[in-house]
Ligand binder design. Structure first.
Ligand code: ZN
Length: 202
């Protein structure tokens, strides 16, 4: 397993629909292992193949709500959604982030229930019923396979906030990437931004 570079918004592969996997080859197995490794190191609760620069319909997830752990991989997924979309979870705003827009967060309404179907790495059919955060994770990762980032689903004012942060970092107009590791994680981007604006204000 190895950590792959995570593509940042503006990189073309993130903004076009991914292609179905025709055959689960050894390369696909390596890709899935690397995606899991990259997700854990970022750290994140989900990662889609386009985020590591591969335009294929695969995502991985790992979510522990304190009661139970749900993790896995899905190839050529389908997602069935139900309930009323909302951005509250147990009474608090559910802020969403993305490893491809590192350091940023925004509330976003999602469906509370989702049923994920597709294939696992052995080519066997899977079916996962999800509620709350897990349902949100599935919607977020599934969107990546359609070339959509959560930013694309935000209200105009929140979209503008994200876009200006992205622009300030020099992202969004061409390909860029970052690599997580023991010394640098997704949340460090937010800390780095603070340091940057302090510097600027002096
Ligand atoms: Zn994402």
């Amino acid at each position: 397993m190895s950590i792959r570079a995570i593509q940042i918004t503006g990189t073309p592969v993130l903004h076009v629909p991914a292609a179905p996997v025709a055959q689960i080859t050894g390369d696909i197995q390596v890709l899935i292992d690397d995606m899991i490794d990259t997700m854990h190191n970022a750290p994140g609760v989900g990662l889609a193949a386009p985020q590591v620069g591969v335009g294929l319909r695969i995502f991985v997830w790992h979510y522990d709500d304190g009661i139970s752990l749900s993790e896995g991989e899905v190839i050529n997924p389908r997602l069935q959604l139900s309930g009323w979309r909302k951005n509250l979870l147990w009474g608090t705003p559910a802020e969403e982030g993305c490893l491809s827009i590192p350091g940023e967060r925004s509330p976003l309404a999602r469906y509370p229930r989702a049923i994920l179907t597709g294939l696992n790495r052995m080519g066997e059919p899977i079916r996962v019923e999800a509620n709350g955060w897990l349902a949100r994770i599935f919607q977020h990762e599934f969107d990546h396979l359609s070339g959509l980032l959560y930013r694309d689903r935000l209200r105009r004012d929140r979209k503008r906030d994200i876009d200006s942060a992205v622009l300030e970092r020099g992202w969004g107009t061409s390909a860029s990437e970052w690599t997580p590791g023991p010394e640098f994680h997704e949340e460090d981007w937010a800390a780095e931004e603070l340091g940057h604006s302090e510097e600027e204000s002096q």
